[in-house]
Design a protein around this ligand. Sequence first.
Ligand code: IVH
Length: 668
Amino acid sequence: MISEETYNIITALRDELAEHNYNYYVLAKPIISDFDFDMKLKELEKLEVEFPKFADPNSPTQRVGSDISKDFEQVEHKYSMLSLSNAYSEEEIKDFDTRVKKIIETDCEYVCELKFDGSSISLTYENGELIRAVTRGDGVKGDDVTTNVRTIKSIPLKLRGNNYPVNFEIRGEIVMPFKAFDELNAELEKAGEQLLANPRNTSAGTLKMKNSKVVASRKLDAYLYYMLGKDLPMDGHFENLQKAKEWGFKISDATKICKNLDEVFAFIKKWDVDRHKLPVATDGVVIKVNSKNLQENLGFTAKSPRWAIAYKFKAESVSTILKSVAYQVGRTGAVTPVANLDAVQIAGTVVKRASLHNADIIQNLDLHIGDTVFVEKGGEIIPKITGVDSIKRHPMFPPVIFIKNCPECKSLLIRKEGESAFYCPNEDGCSPQIKGKMEHFVSRKGMDIDGLGQETVDLLYNEGFVKEITDFFQLEKEQLASLERMGEKSALRILDGLKATIQVPFERVLFSLGIRFVGETVAKILVNKLHTIEKIQTATLEELIDIDEIGEKIAESVVDWFSIEKHLQLIEKLKNYGLQFKIDAKHLEGMTEKLKGLNIIISGTFDTHSRDEFKKMIEKNGGKNVGSISKKTSYLLAGKNIGPSKLEKANKLKITIISENDFLKMLN
Ligand code: IVH
């Protein structure tokens, strides 16, 4: 056979098989028998083996996966993968609508979608071909799981038609249908193996399997719900999804445009009932502003878009018996009561424990050991006790009385004014606190030390090799290699990981110190504003509160932490090990004080930059981006379609109104 002819046969077979896949997995309307499909696939496989020069990673034959085990490469997301803020009532959706309208100052359409309960995925397409699939990871970077994702038959490897953007990203949820999950568990049961907890965890676990052949056998599915890129065909998110449907993506038929809140509430009411007929798990409804233009206008907070919200369906509630209450001590010394329950099944998982949060909750519920309690799995993964069936209480059941002493080190617990938690004050002598701090230090969002997880920290602590954070840097290869299930190779990996900590940027170093209320976002704010540990260390309460988004609680915690001599010594030691305690020079580049002392409000839509970009420019140049107009506002940066009420207010308060060009000139 001449080469060109073979090539044509191969591509024709590929196209035909792709079409059958689409009919079967996306439309659920197959037009040939499984047997005929397999015959054609075998024919293609044979040709591809014979003519390896025509190999294509997006050929339908690649959907069967391979036995080659592969570690996942970490890839940075082009656009961060944020999460959604949650609502649990109509009231909260109304508040969301009010917030939206206040910013866009016009009416808008919403798109209602089902909230699929699986694991999120980002797919990148170039010239109509799938080139990369990345998990959410920490939102900034995730694992490249392309090989596994290629095995999911409802995900197009090549797009249909030709009017798709050259380069775009589409995000969605990888799910395991109930049927596939039940079949898998039946197989595991037969083999006497441990059963899987629920479809969501199973889909996430499957996606990260090293053997893509096993992934291929697991019958995962995918629903897509969010398209990103510069050249999307339409302004409407809904309309873009309809295009994506034409290109071969599985878009839920439930997706609907709603013109007002009443239509949104009707959608929620319908799907709260009808979702039980769906083949996959859903846990709510996502409400999105339809226009991309308005979405851009609304922008993002540090964690989620302002243009969308997730309404969570009411949790399923079951009753069971409270057997006992245990107490856990966390890294900050906070003592959390945990209920041990008679095992029950809720929303697809077996529940044996529930968090009781704090002493007040125990008291308000008036809990007694032996009580019949109601348990719910709400927004959080950990179930909670929501009530007691007091009729079933026997008079002999003893009340639950919150402990007075630390369950670990026996110190007398304390309760700070205005706080609901009891604390163990023995910060340096209480094992779970010491271990917790060390685990936090090495964690992925902290110093991210390769090979050092909770288990290894536990072993190192129990062996007496590490007693405080700085001891990590004194570890010897032999000590590490002597640990259970640890070889020389893993030991070297950890030592390399420790050496690499000198490259970790200051904001993560600050986060990993474990100062109360200084999470990722706060650490970033402090570093961007104050630049060096010396400045953070010496900042007064007032100076800290003055920083945008830093409240009294955080400020107090920071001042308290730095007032302890031991903490200052810790920082000195870490400095000696080379960790970074000042902002990266690259970060400082372009930072000026041109807008120092100015409060600027942004409103409308712009041609040259997005609102978020303007916000960043204001902050980089020492100004403050404020949310609402007041006497203190210095400028109103006004774009197109700015609402009349805002303009009127600005005029009344005699606030200078500037255009985007005026603003850019100010920064030249
Ligand atoms: S939109 C910027 N739409 O819910 C956020 N998310 O907490 C874009 N999810 O991580 C997400 N169904 O994994 C969106 N119809 C839907 C969704 C959905 C499920 C998941 C997604 C996301 C999480 C948000």
